[in-house]
Design a protein around this ligand. Structure first.
Ligand code: PLP
Length: 290
């Protein structure tokens, strides 16, 4: 069965789906995207993702292509038509089709909306085997990383460099200061040498990760302290534990960084506890559950 995609008002076989070559997403990267995890048929943290989509669109002066309710319905339809219960929903909104010219089209055009879903392996029940290694690289993306723009070339190159070294993620840092920003496609956290759970505070420097936000809500609920405080590459290298969060990876341990083990090179006790908390969140067993 061919996968079904939603493209501008129509559900079409994905291998026949196409967009216009003058779509501004294709030509300028003039658009926004979101990824939502589908677990056991449920959309994890859907509200957080749709809130962030609305915010990113607002910041680039692009209207929602359909109402939020209609978008939510389209997501459900794409999952249903593809019979996917464990997967990743991808949605992309671009500024639509117009003759190529950098400023926004003089005559308003409708934003373009595409939604696809891909099947993934179910989220593991145990943290064993879930982790992976990382490399470090300077963060070369633009200064508004809080906007979930489809311009991902630096992140594509960073992930490719990580893959070529057998790693799952590139941890990015500001070249001038050595301060860590985030992963190429994840939020990045450490348990520092004193045992504090740390991740960088929100600003233009990082994407406000939905998994990050949902995990923080669960930690607050559980009375577990965390610290939104930036750290340098050197501090990171002295950390007891490190992990990434994202809609795709949820809570995933980082075992080695640039070839050196983090702690004893195994998932640590704090990361394991947070993995378990987030697994309950995903399964709907917590107050802040999706
Ligand atoms: C650069 C970047 N940071 C962080 C994240 C994590 O965000 P979320 O938890 O909403 O998936 C992503 C996810 O794609 C990302 O691309």
């Amino acid at each position: 069965m061919s996968r079904i995609a939603y493209v501008n008002g129509r559900y079409v076989p994905q291998n026949e789906a196409s967009v216009n070559i003058e779509d501004r997403g294709y030509q300028f990267g003039d658009g926004i995207y979101e990824v939502v995890h589908l677990y056991d048929g449920r959309f994890i943290d859907e509200d957080r993702h749709l809130d962030r989509l609305e915010r990113s669109l607002r910041l680039i002066q692009l209207p929602m292509p359909v109402t939020r309710n209609a978008l939510s319905h389209i997501l459900q339809e794409v999952a249903r038509k593809n019979r996917v219960r464990e997967g990743l929903l991808y949605m992309q909104v671009t500024r639509g089709v117009a003759h190529r010219d950098h400023p926004f089209p003089a005559e308003p055009v409708s934003p373009a909306l595409v939604v696809t879903v891909k099947r993934i392996k179910p989220y593991p029940t145990s943290i064993k085997g879930w982790g992976g290694d990382a490399i470090t690289l300077p963060d070369l993306r633009w200064a508004h990383r809080d906007i979930k723009s489809i311009n991902l070339l630096p992140n594509v190159l960073a992930r490719q460099a990580a893959k070529e070294k057998g790693c799952i993620e590139a941890i990015l840092y500001e070249e001038a200061t050595g301060i860590v920003t985030e992963g190429a496609a994840t939020s990045f956290w450490i348990v520092d040498e004193k045992g504090a759970i740390r991740t960088r505070a929100l600003s233009h420097a990082i994407l406000p990760g939905c998994t990050r936000g949902a995990l923080m809500a669960e930690l607050k609920e559980a009375g577990i302290a965390y610290d939104e405080r930036e750290f340098t590459i050197d501090e990171m290298k002295r950390a007891k534990e490190a992990f990434i969060t994202s809609a795709t990876s949820f809570v995933k341990p980082i075992l080695k960084i640039d070839g050196a083990p983090v702690g004893d090179g195994q998932p640590g006790p704090v990361t394991t506890q947070l993995f378990d908390i987030f697994a309950r969140h995903v399964k709907g067993g917590m107050k802040n559950a999706a």
